[in-house]
Design a protein around this ligand. Structure first.
Ligand SMILES: [Zn+2]
Length: 316
């Protein structure tokens, strides 16, 4: 295991007074970001949890430090799941029972459908004890939460990274928690989302005009950097769509198309193996399958390992 990735020392960034991004470097597989939003009435809200038991316990200890509250005596007003993936939801079970877990209606369905499978597919980390706890307050469209005088808006922008993508938007402070619609520094992963929908999800974020963006993975973006990150991801989506069209027209498998397109301007981004997974989704959409058609992850994962030239590192 590389010492550069054995990190249990996330960076806590106060992006605006009382609002924190909990940033887990280097943002690769299972190393996601979460958020803590406090209100002027002593209330607080969490955005996502993380992957392993040890990482979740470290996260909750950091939350208790920020709020100076015992999590069980004065629990969070809510926990928002930005989508169903295990690196964002595997800590749900550690929340006090009376803390509602809030998510898009399809996030609950997909947490229940996926179970703990991610811990079997992404082997390497010691996940510790895991239990499944699905969201128990679900919505479609948008929902507003009020933490004292602080307004927190939840907006469904999927299907993009998944069909359940929700962003957490603080309109007054112009701070956005983007979930995995935004990977900063890594290739986005669309196999459970939509290649066609992804640019629309990015447009929905752009329309909010965030000044500070906390991505689902990778460092916080500020000011003009936000636009650059979003533009890069839009270009990546166009690249996947084009490789998908050309590969399918040439009767290549997704893996053959990914190998043929291996030298591209996104190779400097982390997790280049995701390209083949993204092409599976592109092909599925070109075949006219519904947006929520499931693609068997074991096949995709095997092709990702091949494209990667060996086992995919997961150091959480
Ligand atoms: Zn995800």
């Amino acid at each position: 295991m590389s010492t550069g990735h054995t990190l249990l020392d996330p960076e806590l960034v106060e992006v605006t007074p009382g609002v924190f991004g909990y940033i887990q470097h280097d943002g690769s597989w299972m190393l996601n970001n979460t958020g803590v939003i406090t209100g002027d009435d002593g209330s607080y809200l969490l955005v996502d949890t993380t992957s392993t038991e040890a990482r979740n316990r470290a996260l909750l200890a950091a939350v208790e430090k920020i709020t100076a509250k015992d999590l069980h005596e004065e629990p969070p007003r809510g926990l928002v799941n930005t989508h169903h993936h295990g690196d964002h939801t595997f800590g749900n079970w550690l929340m006090p029972q009376r803390t509602p877990i809030i998510a898009h209606v399809t996030c609950r369905e997909d947490v229940l459908a996926a179970g703990l499978v991610a811990a079997q597919v992404l082997q390497g980390p010691d996940y510790g004890h895991l239990e499944l706890r699905p969201p128990d307050v679900t919505f479609t469209g948008s929902m507003n939460l009020h933490l004292g005088s602080r307004l927190v808006e939840l907006h469904h922008v999927g299907p993009a990274h998944t069909r359940s993508d929700v962003v957490v938007w603080l309109p007054e402070e112009r701070v956005l928690f983007a979930g995995d619609v935004v990977f900063a520094g890594g290739q986005p992963f669309l196999v459970e989302g939509s290649v066609a929908g992804y640019p629309k999800g990015l447009d929905a974020i752009r329309a909010l005009e965030p000044e500070i963006l906390v991505p689902g993975h990778g460092p916080v973006a500020h000011g003009a950097e936000v636009g650059r990150v979003l533009d890069d991801l839009t270009e990546y989506a166009a690249f996947v769509a084009e490789v998908g069209r050309a590969g399918r027209a040439a009767a290549q498998t997704p893996l053959e198309a990914a190998i043929a397109a291996r030298d591209n301007r996104f190779t400097g981004w982390q997790e280049g193996e995701r390209l083949v997974g993204n092409l599976y989704r592109a092909y599925s959409e070109l075949d006219g399958n519904p947006i929520d058609a499931r693609i068997p992850l074991d096949t995709v994962w095997a092709d990702m390992v091949t494209l990667n030239g060996g086992p995919i590192g997961c150091f959480a």
